[in-house]
Design a binder for this molecule. Structure first.
Ligand code: AVJ
Length: 325
């Protein structure tokens, strides 16, 4: 996926794109940008965990509340003895509520397939789940969810249901988001399902506060990308001179995160010089927000039909259940 207005370099995942090449390309662009997938080094992952606990960042806790409130209906959508495939499973925390619900309401799953890029961590998580859910075969797959991944030997003739929570889909522009869902469609096959967590459009103040919390955790998360570039790519960003900014871009339906330098300066990355004008920004992330119509459209583009959209009483966040045609 290449750079364009809808699909910023934030999404590039081609194997030949190294961290260095992506950073040099992003800083050479006009406007300057950096890929948001590089936020998640050790410190970045810990900062993201802390973001999910700040009062302004509603998505994580709201989605969890929807899963809890709708557990039975979600389990019935997954169906009898299905294979549940989580894309970008991390610690599989969000799947536990679905594993519990499937056990309680639909006599369990035929298998749970967590897919993640980190192999060693995935094995550790899988072992924990096997101990906790002895009746569920846990079949981890190492891979990047933007690429089709060969699945392990799955129980045959079972409905496959994908699980993509957390509004991770919001990091992709419209074209790439449809491509990601199309990849999921190919994995679950016709008659399969997808449970997608997506953040909803709302007032600008709520959206901007969620990405610029008063405690400064999101600011630290954003700046940590420069800390990482300094450390790993021999760069000299004066990190504290880059101001965190969160902007709701209504026409593109996304919250943008930027790092802004108020003064003109030059920065060196791996012996290459990049000049910043006063007030210039580095665009570090897009977080797209959806309406019900946008979810229907996105699903349709990828060959899915939306069955149900569950939301919270305030209508902040959506969990969509869709079926692959
Ligand atoms: C992990 C992509 C869902 O966009 O809300 C949180 C990342 N960035 N605060 C989001 C994020 C700043 C988050 N996602």
């Amino acid at each position: 996926m290449s750079a364009s207005v809808d699909a910023p370099p934030a999404e590039s995942s081609a194997p030949d794109h190294t961290f260095l090449a992506d950073v040099l390309a992003g800083l050479s662009g006009e406007p300057k940008s950096l890929p948001c997938k590089y936020f998640y080094d050790g410190a970045g992952s810990r900062l993201f965990e802390r973001i999910t606990a700040v009062p302004e960042y509603y998505p994580t806790r709201t989605e969890a509340a929807i899963f809890a409130a709708e557990a039975e209906r979600i389990a019935r959508f997954i169906g009898l003895e299905a294979v549940l495939i989580e894309f970008g499973s991390g610690n599989s925390e969000k799947s536990r509520v679905l594993l519990d619900a499937c056990e309680q309401y639909v006599s369990g799953l035929a298998a749970y397939v967590p897919q993640d890029i980190s192999g060693p961590f995935l094995e550790e998580v899988a072992n924990g789940l096997r101990a906790e859910y002895p009746s569920v075969p846990v079949l981890p797959v190492v891979g990047d969810f933007t690429q089709p991944v060969p699945l392990p030997d799955l129980p045959p003739h079972r409905r496959r249901v994908g699980f993509f929570p957390g509004s991770t889909i919001g990091n992709f522009g419209p074209t790439s988001a449809a491509a990601v869902l199309r990849t999921f469609h190919d994995t679950v096959g016709a008659g399969g399902g997808l449970i997608l967590g997506a953040d909803l459009i709302k007032d600008a103040a709520t959206l901007e506060a969620a990405y610029d919390d008063a405690a400064g955790v999101t600011a630290a998360f954003n700046r940590n990308l420069l800390v990482r570039i300094n450390r790993e790519l021999n760069a000299d960003f004066p990190v504290e001179e880059f101001r965190h900014e969160a902007r709701w871009n209504a026409s593109k339906s996304r919250v943008e995160m930027h790092l802004v330098t108020d003064a003109a300066r030059s920065v060196t990355v791996a012996n290459r010089r990049f000049d910043f004008a006063a007030g210039e920004s580095i665009h570090t992330e897009n977080s797209y927000k959806f309406s019900r119509d946008m979810l229907d459209g996105l699903a349709a583009e990828a060959g899915f039909t939306v069955n149900t959209v569950w939301t919270d009483p305030r209508g902040l966040f959506a969990v969509a259940a869709m079926t692959a045609e």
